[in-house]
Ligand binder design. Structure first.
Ligand code: NAP
Length: 303
């Protein structure tokens, strides 16, 4: 039996891994796709202390290298189910069942979809959820970014350096992005803010040709010609697998206390998957450290 299974290898999971291994826990770190989580897609991270304007993938690569120094590498496998309520926790994957004394859930979040009729059909044909992955396909072309948070503002800034024109479509008349990012965005000559507007549908047969938007004040509908649409309207926590066992908030995030304990003894959660006021790399790593610290304490008293 393992001491600890960590689910997810974004910043929270990797920090949890470093603290668990330093604390002497026999640990398995499970990852569905590849290490780094959503942070990998950040064009530039400038608010993680010690890293100024570092591409997200570079920072995550250094996390993974650091983790390896403590003898831990993420194992890529898909979890099919969990049984967390017993003293011995069971994590089922497609190929095996892992038994552990404690579990840290750091499964992160996935991009929220707009839910427009043609969104699915045109995803990969102009509709994208990752500006740093797909922005280059639209060099010199027109882009529309939907959203008003940090992700939307940063995506728009990134795209403004590549594309001829960038529209930012937001449902209100002010952004919630950090002030410094807003100022940079408003200074870009080729960025046009489209305030108080919601998206109704995407038009185009083979690829995106335009976006249908409605003004929320006068309810008028208009077609905005664009080659691409970058959706940045927040994240949905990856908690589907644990919903029956662990208490969730209405938003779907896992409820934790200050020690990153969930309602289930021996089960901890960290990072974007949890209820928290600020979702950043710096808070994710802090969560991960606390979660493993708490797991070490739990194991030493219960086993
Ligand atoms: P977010 O802060 O939740 O913002 C989502 C934005 O999308 C909001 O402006 C929201 O509008 C809008 N929105 C939500 N649902 C919508 C819908 N159905 N239709 C149209 N618009 C919709 O999400 P985020 O920007 O992905 O950021 C997530 C977290 O990561 C935040 O805590 C953020 O600070 C952090 N983050 C930090 C950085 C950084 O520090 N460098 C970079 C990226 C993200 P309203 O404003 O009207 O609610």
């Amino acid at each position: 039996m393992k001491d600890l299974v960590i689910i997810g290898s974004g910043p929270a999971g990797m920090a949890a891994g470093i603290y668990a291994r330093r604390g002497g826990l026999d640990t398995t770190l499970i990852e569905k796709v590849s290490p780094g989580g959503q942070a990998v897609y950040a064009h530039s991270i400038e608010n993680y202390p010690g890293s100024y304007q570092v591409p997200g993938y570079e920072l995550m690569f250094s996390f993974a290298n650091h983790l390896e120094k403590f003898g831990l590498a993420p194992e890529v496998m898909e979890i099919t189910g969990t049984e967390l309520s017993g003293k011995v926790k069971l994590v089922h994957t497609q190929s095996a069942t892992i038994e552990a004394k404690a579990v840290v859930i750091a499964s992160g979040a996935s991009p929220r979809k707009l839910g427009m009729p043609n969104e699915g059909r045109l995803t990969g044909r102009g509709v994208s959820y990752c500006a740093s992955c797909d922005g280059n396909f639209f060099k010199g072309k027109v882009a529309a970014v939907v959203g008003g948070g940090d992700a939307a503002a940063e995506d728009a800034l990134y795209l403004a350096k590549i594309c001829s024109k960038v529209y930012v479509i937001h449902r209100r008349d002010s952004l919630r992005a950090q002030d410094i990012v807003q100022k940079r965005l408003f200074a870009m000559q080729n960025v046009e803010m489209v305030w108080n507007s919601v998206t109704e549908d995407i038009l185009g047969e083979e690829k995106v040709e335009s976006l249908l938007i409605r003004d929320v004040n006068d309810k008028t509908l208009r077609e905005l010609p664009t080659d691409s649409i970058f959706v940045a309207i927040g994240q949905v926590p990856n908690t589907g697998l644990f919903a029956k066992e662990v208490s969730l908030a209405e938003t779907g995030h896992i409820i934790v206390d200050r020690e990153m304990r969930t309602n289930v003894p021996g089960v901890f959660a960290a990072g974007d998957v949890t209820v928290k006021p600020l979702r950043q790399v710096v808070t994710a790593v802090s969560d991960g450290a606390v979660a493993s610290y708490s797991a070490i304490k739990y194991i030493s008293t219960e086993f």
